[in-house]
Unconditional design. Structure first.
Length: 202
Protein backbone atom coordinates (compact mmCIF):
# COMPACT_ATOMS: atom_id res chain seq x y z
CA UNK A 1 0.00 0.00 0.00
CA UNK A 2 1.49 3.31 -1.10
CA UNK A 3 0.93 5.76 1.78
CA UNK A 4 3.08 8.71 0.71
CA UNK A 5 3.45 10.68 -2.48
CA UNK A 6 6.70 10.84 -4.40
CA UNK A 7 7.03 14.46 -3.28
CA UNK A 8 6.72 13.52 0.39
CA UNK A 9 9.41 10.85 0.10
CA UNK A 10 11.72 13.25 -1.71
CA UNK A 11 11.09 15.91 0.94
CA UNK A 12 12.00 13.47 3.70
CA UNK A 13 15.24 12.40 2.05
CA UNK A 14 16.22 16.01 1.35
CA UNK A 15 15.11 17.73 4.56
CA UNK A 16 15.63 14.87 7.03
CA UNK A 17 12.11 14.84 8.46
CA UNK A 18 8.49 14.49 7.39
CA UNK A 19 5.25 15.58 9.04
CA UNK A 20 2.25 13.46 8.01
CA UNK A 21 -0.88 15.44 8.76
CA UNK A 22 -4.08 13.95 10.21
CA UNK A 23 -2.93 10.33 10.24
CA UNK A 24 -4.81 9.52 13.43
CA UNK A 25 -8.51 9.89 14.21
CA UNK A 26 -9.85 11.83 17.19
CA UNK A 27 -10.85 8.52 18.78
CA UNK A 28 -7.29 7.18 18.45
CA UNK A 29 -5.88 10.38 19.92
CA UNK A 30 -8.18 10.09 22.95
CA UNK A 31 -7.05 6.48 23.45
CA UNK A 32 -3.41 7.58 23.31
CA UNK A 33 -4.05 10.31 25.86
CA UNK A 34 -5.86 7.92 28.20
CA UNK A 35 -2.95 5.47 27.94
CA UNK A 36 -0.51 8.27 28.78
CA UNK A 37 -2.52 9.14 31.89
CA UNK A 38 -2.31 5.52 33.06
CA UNK A 39 1.49 5.77 32.65
CA UNK A 40 2.10 2.03 32.62
CA UNK A 41 5.59 0.58 32.32
CA UNK A 42 6.93 -1.12 29.21
CA UNK A 43 7.34 -0.29 25.56
CA UNK A 44 4.65 2.15 24.43
CA UNK A 45 3.72 0.39 21.22
CA UNK A 46 3.12 -2.91 23.05
CA UNK A 47 0.65 -1.43 25.54
CA UNK A 48 -2.98 -2.01 24.61
CA UNK A 49 -4.01 1.60 25.17
CA UNK A 50 -1.77 2.70 22.33
CA UNK A 51 -3.37 0.26 19.87
CA UNK A 52 0.04 -1.15 18.88
CA UNK A 53 0.57 2.18 17.17
CA UNK A 54 3.91 1.33 15.52
CA UNK A 55 2.36 -1.80 14.01
CA UNK A 56 -0.74 -0.09 12.64
CA UNK A 57 -0.96 -0.79 8.88
CA UNK A 58 -1.09 2.93 8.08
CA UNK A 59 2.08 3.57 10.13
CA UNK A 60 3.89 0.56 8.68
CA UNK A 61 2.95 1.70 5.17
CA UNK A 62 4.56 5.10 5.78
CA UNK A 63 7.73 3.52 7.11
CA UNK A 64 7.85 1.14 4.13
CA UNK A 65 7.65 4.11 1.76
CA UNK A 66 10.52 5.87 3.56
CA UNK A 67 12.78 2.98 4.55
CA UNK A 68 12.01 0.14 2.15
CA UNK A 69 10.54 -3.31 2.62
CA UNK A 70 12.85 -4.73 5.31
CA UNK A 71 11.69 -3.01 8.49
CA UNK A 72 12.86 -3.82 12.01
CA UNK A 73 11.03 -2.33 14.98
CA UNK A 74 13.44 -2.16 17.91
CA UNK A 75 10.84 -1.82 20.64
CA UNK A 76 12.28 1.38 22.05
CA UNK A 77 9.18 3.58 22.23
CA UNK A 78 8.25 5.63 25.27
CA UNK A 79 5.88 8.29 26.52
CA UNK A 80 6.50 11.52 28.37
CA UNK A 81 3.70 12.76 30.58
CA UNK A 82 3.82 15.96 32.66
CA UNK A 83 7.33 16.38 31.28
CA UNK A 84 8.82 19.75 32.22
CA UNK A 85 12.23 20.91 30.99
CA UNK A 86 14.97 21.65 33.48
CA UNK A 87 16.05 25.29 33.83
CA UNK A 88 19.32 24.52 31.99
CA UNK A 89 20.74 21.77 29.74
CA UNK A 90 17.35 20.61 28.46
CA UNK A 91 17.26 22.34 25.08
CA UNK A 92 20.19 21.44 22.84
CA UNK A 93 20.62 20.01 19.38
CA UNK A 94 21.74 16.40 19.21
CA UNK A 95 21.39 13.21 17.19
CA UNK A 96 20.40 9.74 18.35
CA UNK A 97 22.95 7.73 16.40
CA UNK A 98 24.92 4.84 17.87
CA UNK A 99 28.28 3.81 16.40
CA UNK A 100 27.79 6.19 13.48
CA UNK A 101 30.36 5.49 10.76
CA UNK A 102 30.44 9.17 9.75
CA UNK A 103 29.78 8.37 6.09
CA UNK A 104 27.36 11.12 5.15
CA UNK A 105 27.30 10.04 1.51
CA UNK A 106 25.09 7.11 2.53
CA UNK A 107 21.87 6.86 4.52
CA UNK A 108 22.05 5.88 8.19
CA UNK A 109 18.89 3.75 8.10
CA UNK A 110 17.48 4.34 11.57
CA UNK A 111 14.45 6.56 12.13
CA UNK A 112 12.70 8.39 14.96
CA UNK A 113 8.93 8.80 15.06
CA UNK A 114 6.79 11.00 17.24
CA UNK A 115 3.19 11.75 18.10
CA UNK A 116 2.68 14.97 20.09
CA UNK A 117 -0.66 14.86 21.87
CA UNK A 118 -0.92 18.62 22.39
CA UNK A 119 -1.22 21.59 20.06
CA UNK A 120 2.36 22.42 19.08
CA UNK A 121 1.34 24.99 16.48
CA UNK A 122 0.39 27.59 19.06
CA UNK A 123 2.21 26.33 22.15
CA UNK A 124 5.77 25.47 23.17
CA UNK A 125 7.04 21.99 23.97
CA UNK A 126 7.30 20.34 20.57
CA UNK A 127 10.25 19.32 18.41
CA UNK A 128 12.82 21.70 16.94
CA UNK A 129 14.74 20.49 13.88
CA UNK A 130 17.56 21.77 11.68
CA UNK A 131 16.45 20.86 8.15
CA UNK A 132 18.97 18.92 6.03
CA UNK A 133 21.25 18.46 9.04
CA UNK A 134 21.37 14.68 8.56
CA UNK A 135 24.07 15.43 5.99
CA UNK A 136 26.75 16.63 8.42
CA UNK A 137 28.07 15.81 11.93
CA UNK A 138 26.42 17.18 15.04
CA UNK A 139 28.45 18.66 17.89
CA UNK A 140 26.25 18.83 20.98
CA UNK A 141 26.63 22.01 23.05
CA UNK A 142 24.43 22.04 26.14
CA UNK A 143 25.89 25.31 27.43
CA UNK A 144 27.89 28.27 26.13
CA UNK A 145 30.86 26.92 28.08
CA UNK A 146 30.64 23.60 26.21
CA UNK A 147 30.40 25.43 22.89
CA UNK A 148 33.60 27.36 23.59
CA UNK A 149 35.43 24.22 24.72
CA UNK A 150 34.35 22.26 21.66
CA UNK A 151 35.32 25.10 19.34
CA UNK A 152 38.79 25.47 20.89
CA UNK A 153 39.30 21.70 20.86
CA UNK A 154 38.56 21.59 17.12
CA UNK A 155 40.92 24.49 16.42
CA UNK A 156 43.74 22.90 18.40
CA UNK A 157 43.37 19.70 16.38
CA UNK A 158 43.30 21.80 13.16
CA UNK A 159 39.83 20.50 12.39
CA UNK A 160 38.55 23.74 10.89
CA UNK A 161 35.51 22.13 9.30
CA UNK A 162 34.60 20.66 12.68
CA UNK A 163 35.09 24.09 14.29
CA UNK A 164 32.61 25.53 11.81
CA UNK A 165 30.07 22.82 12.67
CA UNK A 166 30.34 23.91 16.33
CA UNK A 167 29.50 27.58 15.79
CA UNK A 168 27.60 27.72 12.49
CA UNK A 169 24.28 29.59 12.83
CA UNK A 170 22.06 26.97 11.22
CA UNK A 171 18.41 27.75 10.56
CA UNK A 172 16.08 25.69 12.73
CA UNK A 173 12.31 25.29 12.79
CA UNK A 174 9.67 24.40 15.36
CA UNK A 175 7.74 21.54 13.77
CA UNK A 176 4.07 22.50 13.89
CA UNK A 177 2.24 19.36 15.00
CA UNK A 178 -1.30 18.66 16.12
CA UNK A 179 -2.36 15.57 18.10
CA UNK A 180 -3.55 13.86 14.91
CA UNK A 181 -0.18 14.12 13.17
CA UNK A 182 2.68 11.64 12.74
CA UNK A 183 6.27 12.87 12.63
CA UNK A 184 9.29 10.98 11.26
CA UNK A 185 12.92 12.09 11.24
CA UNK A 186 16.31 10.48 10.73
CA UNK A 187 18.18 9.79 13.97
CA UNK A 188 21.00 11.74 12.28
CA UNK A 189 18.85 14.85 11.93
CA UNK A 190 19.87 17.46 14.50
CA UNK A 191 16.92 17.99 16.82
CA UNK A 192 15.97 19.31 20.23
CA UNK A 193 12.99 18.78 22.49
CA UNK A 194 11.04 21.40 24.43
CA UNK A 195 10.87 23.83 21.53
CA UNK A 196 10.00 27.37 22.60
CA UNK A 197 7.38 29.28 20.66
CA UNK A 198 7.65 33.00 21.42
CA UNK A 199 4.44 34.94 21.96
CA UNK A 200 4.30 38.70 21.81
CA UNK A 201 0.64 39.01 22.78
CA UNK A 202 -1.74 36.82 24.84
Amino acid sequence: MQALTKEQVEFFKREGYLLVKDLFSDEEVEDFRAACRRDESGDTACRTGFRNVMLMPKVVAIMHDLAGENLIYLGLSLTRTHDTPKPVRSRFFHTDTVHDDGDYATVYPVYNTGVYLQDRIHWSGGLKIIPRSHMWPCVTNKTINELVKNFVRKLISLDFRGAWYVIAPYHSINVETTPRDFLVWYVRTHHSGYAVRLKWFP
